[in-house]
Ligand binder design. Sequence first.
Ligand SMILES: [Zn+2]
Ligand SMILES: [Zn+2]
Length: 146
Amino acid sequence: MTDRKDMRSGGCLCGAVRFSAVLPESVIQACHCGQCQRWTGGGPLWAVRVKDLKLQGEDAIQSYHASEHGERAFCRMCGTTLYWKLQGRAIAFMSVGLLDDQSGLSVEEEIFVDQRPDWLPHFKGAKQHDEAEMQAQLKAFLEKEA
Ligand SMILES: [Zn+2]
Ligand SMILES: [Zn+2]
């Protein structure tokens, strides 16, 4: 599955924002951080990695700096959660619920798991990363890119 060129389309609830992208892997990543919980109205943020992203309706996209490095974007017409990305970088993850076709994907990675609420069980077999691991990963990434 992972070496297949998997082109998918998607869009927001009102249709003002549309996109196509290649999914380089069939992995859904769940982010349980406190920001994603509030942002999605109950979290986690379910996201898929995207490449060769082509966006339409960029006028309808509102984004803001949500933290020191993070940027979050939503549709200003309908409020749909679109993506989280590192400031100044390409969009690497989109919300999985935007996809017109969500077939063939599975939750294989959960991050910020130490912030996951008690009522939400973890996915069997999914990699579990806590906040300390994610901060270390981000730091290493930013240092490598600098
Ligand atoms: Zn919309
Ligand atoms: Zn998050």
